[in-house]
Design a protein around this ligand. Structure first.
Ligand SMILES: *Cc1c(COP(=O)(O)O)cnc(C)c1O
Length: 401
């Protein structure tokens, strides 16, 4: 066996000399031109580009309507309100997600009821949802972890049987497909994110898709103060139109300056997904002989949107905790990251709902052994080689033989 290389974290030379970020955005001349065009147009707020972005997005995911907002967190919040969720209601979701998913449920005064994950897919386990239902259960918020679609047929069936609303957190899942149908076309509400490191970015931004015209109308009203008409609609008439407040809404609209980025990014989605797929396949091959696993490749008709490429360390096989492995990779200039430590172990949720770590054993176990590797179409072959070399270097150094 080759002598072990000295890790950068112990003072050795790093695998690469510059830092490779986890999810650098992939921006080109098209994005720059579209933003400049918006700046020159004189209209930078919510207007024609936002409306064009909404139409293109709805068409892409096969939904009748798409409502642009300023984040996926806002998208989730508005969806819960429009679904009529409030105090006393229980909402089923996964503990293995970003804080925004459960926080949105808290913001409407409802209770997030965590249901453990399927340890193989990392998605909410539909078998366990039935056990968590009570007369107060009103909705299910599945999260397509990493971009791998949840079992939506099973979730849809449970929802129909128990009259529950499905609000998908598809922040990772733009481009994902479930049994031949695009994520975004399946449920009453689907929420997407255009945060800087997501599959398509508007710097900050989000979208709700629906096929129900009354949901679309209410989302549009609530995203801008609850006004009957937005500023662009009023501007277009050239007349004086007093704006009526129909209900107290929010300031959650997307500006044209952000939509301009989205308009330039959306046509590139397919090539982005191909690039992610190629990198993921190289990772799969390169790590096959290490005591780690990743999410399964989806079956026919499904597509993993590959927002994340995760490694789950085999418990008991490494001398140090996952956090130390992420630190060591970062010292090698590889921007490894953590998505996610299980939410029920975070102070707010643990204390408010008296959760014990072992209440959701699969999410707990995965949440302590998972890490994400850099994955973005902005990476070149050398970047991918560097990640592979660093993972082998660090994991072999800490492996218990
Ligand atoms: C990124 C993300 C969000 C929040 O998206 P923002 O656009 O940053 O508000 C919500 N849920 C999940 C699973 C995410 O990864």
């Amino acid at each position: 066996m080759a002598p072990r290389e000295k890790l950068a974290i112990e003072g050795g030379p790093p695998v690469r000399s510059t830092f490779l970020p986890f999810g650098a955005p992939c921006l080109g001349e098209e994005e720059i031109a579209e933003v400049v065009d918006t700046l020159r147009s004189g209209w930078i707020g919510t207007g024609p580009k936002t409306h064009r972005f909404e139409r293109a997005f709805a068409q892409l995911v096969g939904a009748r309507y798409a409502v642009a907002v300023n984040s996926c967190s806002s998208a989730l919040h508005l969806s819960l309100i429009v679904a009529g969720i409030g105090p006393g209601d229980e909402i089923i979701t996964t503990p293995l997600t970003f804080a925004a998913t459960a926080n949105a449920i808290e913001h409407v005064g409802a209770r997030p009821v965590f249901v453990d994950i399927d340890r193989r897919t990392l998605n909410i386990d539909p078998q366990r949802i039935a056990d968590a239902l009570t007369p107060r259960t009103r909705a299910i918020v599945p999260v397509h972890f990493g971009g791998l679609p949840c079992p939506m047929d099973e979730i849809g069936r449970l929802a129909a049987e128990h009259r529950l609303i499905v609000i998908e957190d598809a922040a990772h899942a733009l481009g994902a497909r479930y049994r031949g149908r695009m994520i975004g076309s399946l449920s009453a509400f689907t929420c997407f994110s255009f945060y800087a490191n997501k599959n398509v970015t508007t710097a900050e931004g989000g979208m709700v898709t629906t096929s129900d015209p009354t949901i679309d109308e209410r989302l549009r009203r609530l995203r801008l103060h609850g006004l009957r008409h937005d500023a662009w609609q009023r501007f277009q008439t050239r007349r004086f139109m007093p704006s009526d407040v129909i209900e107290p809404g929010f300031k959650y609209n997307m500006p044209d300056l952000a939509a301009a980025l989205g308009l330039a990014q959306l046509p590139k989605l397919e090539s982005f997904l191909d690039a992610r797929e190629k990198i993921a396949r190289r990772y799969d091959e390169a790590f096959a002989d290490l005591p780690v696993r990743t999410q399964p490749r989806p079956s026919d008709g499904d597509r993993h949107a590959l927002h994340l490429y995760v490694l789950i360390l085999e418990p008991g096989r490494f001398r140090v905790h996952r956090n130390a492995i992420i630190e060591a990779l970062r010292a090698e200039n590889i921007g490894a990251a953590l998505h996610y430590r299980a939410l029920h172990t975070h102070p707010y949720y643990r204390e408010k709902y008296h959760h014990r770590p072992e209440d959701f054993p699969e999410a707990l176990q995965v949440g302590e052994h998972i890490l994400s590797l850099p994955l973005t179409p902005a990476m070149n072959d050398q970047d991918v080689d560097d990640v592979i070399r660093a993972v082998h270097k660090v994991l072999r150094a800490y492996l218990i033989e």
